[in-house]
Design a protein around this ligand. Structure first.
Ligand SMILES: [Mg+2]
Length: 337
């Protein structure tokens, strides 16, 4: 029996490991991956960004989302929709600052005293941050589902919201996951894919299997305007998973993962067809699409299924900011108490 602590720690750690496995091949086609790394592609930790095993923007942002949830919990705001979202937005603004950028939002100058991640030098590294995340947070106003900032459906929303599903004090993970993504991504497929991921993670923590979790999240998804594209992507993943051996070529029929619904679909597919967490992550990064983001999202899901014990120890050991990630997982679990 895998306990809650194992699943929460597993989800954040495996997400970071998947992100780091995908980092060296994010912008390579499948053929280029094979030319550079052999016919099996990436099989374990490789250096990137001058580090032995570097996380990228996906994990950096995920950590700031986790910090925002911890601060909202400490402020007693997790059940207060507008207050919690403002706290989470300020956590995003601190991520923006860590990237050396500034914002025209009025709270930008006043958000630095909250939180502690901004003090970590290691997070002040640019690891190919997404344009929409940067520009959305530079806006003088906060993006919401009702008043979107843009029409982007990039995967920058879904890749960072896992902590929303893992924070048990959040009673409406689908809604908050979608709202957090909509801070930067205004297209329904950009934020509903994120809500879906948060809802799936919550079901997995309760011990549901992934197909059950998807069925429940699909029901919730269907109630949101503009859900059709995300619904279709998830259904394609479920049906492809029941249809033959997993291969990168088959995976690539789900898309390139640069957009939210495809990244979600590919991550779900990788977990559904794999025997263990190691196999999930290798499948999730060895394809021509956005490898670090699919590695991160598939890791978030697989870690909640198999727990931290499912991650090969020699993949955790060299992981950049490993101690900070584990500490945040504990804080997310306890609400920062
Ligand atoms: Mg990245």
């Amino acid at each position: 029996m895998i306990d809650l602590e194992e699943r929460i720690r597993g989800s954040l750690l495996a997400g970071a490991v998947g992100d780091a496995l995908g980092a060296p091949v994010e912008f390579l086609s499948l053929k280029e991956i094979h030319d550079r790394h052999g016919s099996r592609g990436v099989t374990g930790p490789l250096p990137s960004y001058g580090q032995p095993f570097a996380i990228t923007d996906d994990t950096q942002m995920t950590l700031f989302v986790a910090e925002g949830l911890v601060l909202a919990s400490r402020a007693g705001a997790l059940q207060k929709p507008s207050e919690r979202l403002r706290i989470l937005h300020r956590a995003h603004l601190r991520w923006l600052r860590s990237q050396g950028a500034s914002s025209r939002h009025p709270t930008f100058g006043r958000c630095e005293d909250e939180g502690w991640l901004i003090g970590l030098e290691e997070l002040h590294q640019r690891r190919a941050p997404g344009h929409t995340c940067l520009s959305g947070l530079q806006s003088p106003r906060m993006g919401t589902i009702e008043e979107p900032l843009n029409t982007s459906k990039g995967c920058g929303g879904v890749m960072r919201v896992a902590p929303v599903g893992l924070a048990l004090g959040v009673q409406d993970p689908f809604r908050l996951g979608a709202e957090v993504a909509a801070l930067t991504h205004g297209h329904p497929s950009g934020y509903l894919s994120a809500g879906f991921l948060a809802a799936v993670l919550r079901s997995l923590l309760a011990g549901d299997d992934l197909r059950q979790a998807c069925t429940a999240a699909l029901e919730e998804l269907a109630r949101w305007p503009g859900h059709e594209e995300t619904t279709e992507a998830v259904r394609s993943a479920l049906s492809l998973a029941g249809n033959g051996e997993p291969t990168p070529e088959r995976l690539e029929t789900l898309g390139g993962a640069w957009v939210g619904e495809e990244a979600l679909a590919i991550a779900l597919y990788c977990v559904l067809v794999s025997e263990n967490l190691e196999a999930v992550l290798l499948l999730a990064v060895n394809h021509g699409g956005d490898s670090d983001s699919t590695g991160a999202i598939a890791g978030n899901i697989a870690g909640a299924v198999w727990g931290a014990g499912g991650i090969p120890a020699n993949w955790i050991e060299p992981l950049e900011l490993r101690d900070e990630i584990e500490k945040l997982a504990e804080l997310v679990r306890t609400g920062g108490a």
